[in-house]
Design a protein around this ligand. Structure first.
Ligand code: E4P
Length: 219
């Protein structure tokens, strides 16, 4: 399973990339706003930190505008940048054109299995169903992941299912059980996935005993 970071904060990306298991990064206009930095400059820096796919989102609402922005981003930014496109009819058409050009895409803001399948038919490299935002409405976002994975099992689909809008480690663990190909999450969730109080307590005990081994001249 691929683990992506969902942030435009380069300090967080450097921290998690140093662990050696970061497969990619997703950004969106809100995350770019939060970074307070120039869009292309920050995406280029992210792409230099992590060599996996880095999603940069188009902001045009019409097909021609999305294609133009997608081509410009591909021309100006590093090779590992992929084009994030909203799941609208216009976005679907842009995805088809860019995919036919051999450009990798991530179709975002997916809230139904039918949207995911249509984006896959348009040639999307990734489809991004948003779990947390569905949970926020009082429904179970994980049911969408299950529905999409069941759909994928019925057909020969190359498109990867990128579980997004992840809020906590349980979301990630459930996605793993369901066979989602990729999960994108905030740095906080990455850290939570790696930490356990018993690891900390155990290590503390080992280090305390080792200090005594050293003090006895037996190291
Ligand atoms: C995915 O690519 C999106 O950037 C992201 O996961 C949205 O998450 P949010 O619902 O926490 O904003």
């Amino acid at each position: 399973m691929e683990f992506f970071l969902d942030t435009a904060d380069v300090d967080e990306i450097r921290e998690i990339a140093a662990w050696g298991i970061l497969d990619g990064v997703t950004t969106n206009p809100s995350l770019i706003k939060k970074s307070g930095r120039d869009f292309k400059e920050v995406v280029a820096e992210i792409a230099s930190i992590c060599d996996g796919p880095i999603s940069a989102e188009v902001t045009a609402m019409d097909t021609a505008g999305m294609i133009e922005q997608g081509l410009a981003l591909k021309a100006e930014l590093p090779e590992n940048v992929i084009i994030k496109i909203p799941c609208t009819p216009e976005g679907l058409a842009a995805t088809k054109v860019l995919s036919d050009e051999g450009i990798k895409t991530n179709v975002t803001l997916i809230f139904s299995a039918s949207q995911a399948l249509m984006a896959a038919k348009a040639g999307a490299t990734y489809v991004s169903p948003f779990i947390g935002r569905i949970d926020d409405t009082g429904h179970d976002g994980m049911e969408l992941i299950a529905e999409i994975m069941n759909t994928w099992a019925n057909y020969d689909i190359d498109t990867k299912v990128l579980a997004a809008s992840i809020r906590h480690p349980t979301h990630v663990l459930q996605c793993i059980q369901l066979g989602a190909h990729t999960a994108t999450m905030p740095a906080k969730t990455f850290r939570q996935l790696m930490s356990h109080p018993l690891t900390d307590k155990g290590l503390e005990g080992f280090m305390r005993d080792w200090a005594e081994v050293e003090a006895a001249g037996n190291a």
